[in-house]
Design a protein around this ligand. Sequence first.
Ligand code: FAD
Length: 395
Amino acid sequence: MIDDEYDVVVIGAGPSGSNAAKAAAERGASVLLIEKRQEIGAPKRCGEGISARGLRELGIEPSPRWALNEIMGVHIYAPNGKRVSVRYKEVGGYVIERKMFDKFLAMEAARAGAKVVAKAQATGLIIEDGFVKGVKIRWLDEDIEVRCKVVIAADGVESQVARWAGINSTHKLRDIDSAFQYEMVVELEEPDMLELYFGNKIAPRGYVWIFPKGKDVANVGIGIGGDIKGVTAKELLDKFIKNHEKLKHGSIIEVNSGGVPVGKPLDKLVSNGLMIVGDAAHQVNAIHGGGVYEGSIAGRIAGEVCAKAIENGDVSEKALREYEIRWREKRGEALMRIYKLRQAIELLSDEDLNMLADNLSGEDIVELTKGKRFEKLVKVLMKKPELIEVAQKLL
Ligand SMILES: Cc1cc2nc3c(=O)[nH]c(=O)nc-3n(C[C@H](O)[C@H](O)[C@H](O)COP(=O)(O)OP(=O)(O)OC[C@H]3O[C@@H](n4cnc5c(N)ncnc54)[C@H](O)[C@@H]3O)c2cc1C
């Protein structure tokens, strides 16, 4: 079923890999997309939120098979309990079923002509004359070698592929959030609103989220700084749930955990015959940890560029760098601004966060998470002399 040779081998069938495979196949490349898990998309490691705008930009029509719940706004809670809200005039996003969504994306890649194979794990790269020339694969209980012109590493937060090619893709502990989540059946007051809770006691350097998947089902999760000592993400989430009027009566139908790469995107995204996309390249929104849209966009660009490079007969780092340039223009600069914002916000005390809730609107906060409206935040921070230094980080 797996041939000896393809133009492109994509490692990892998450959103980044499937989008890369689809884009490359649509442009005429022969593509193999491999996934080590036996079921693409499962188990999920995701709060499953995605913006309507993100889907539109990707040209993906929300389907009731995976777009389970329409989101009309967000309630944001400051450490002192003050609530700041934003309500959209139209659907702002969806809580999706990643198990179905990831499969849908992989099927789209297959429909575009890519060969998709689950339970096939990359175990090493074939490197010759300074170029990546293929992938060693453990497929079911067989070891095989597949040769190719380009490998796309879309192997997620625990990525190894880039390292096999000599690119340092490790994270500092501080730059990887530790996340824990329950999918719960629970009484929800407003199933069309996301809820986010901030505070250094609630979720140090992170937040707790309630993302409704329907009228009485929600992902209830937490992300905290990966280097927080003395308490785990699970312990803090359990404490939050125990103290919550409604959640404490809920039932747990799924447990998820994982790391979120919230540091800077990798400086180097390509080398001879290799491209890195998605979580593997740290292409995630450092404020809210969302990476489905980010990885999908990066995957699309990488797929397009690699098909073009193959057609032109040049898969050198220089030729593949077009992906890096296009991605930095499209998303890289915005992600760097968002990373800068995270670094500033991490310096704030609970009292400072309460002050922000008093001075910013819900819309301001949502725009900030997109890397916009920094001037507004700077103005608010400047009101407190001891925060001037923090404000300067945003200029
Ligand atoms: C608890 C939690 C909540 C989150 N909530 C959200 C959210 O609400 N919205 C959002 O946008 N993002 C969220 N994220 C982040 C989001 O899940 C990731 O950014 C996104 O999945 C990245 O996509 P990817 O394709 O790059 O990587 P992944 O989705 O991780 O896919 C990588 C794939 O590669 C496979 N793989 C790894 N190694 C190999 C190998 N050697 N051979 C073959 N296959 C391999 C893996 O099995 C995996 O399927 C959350 C993350 C966590 C942990």
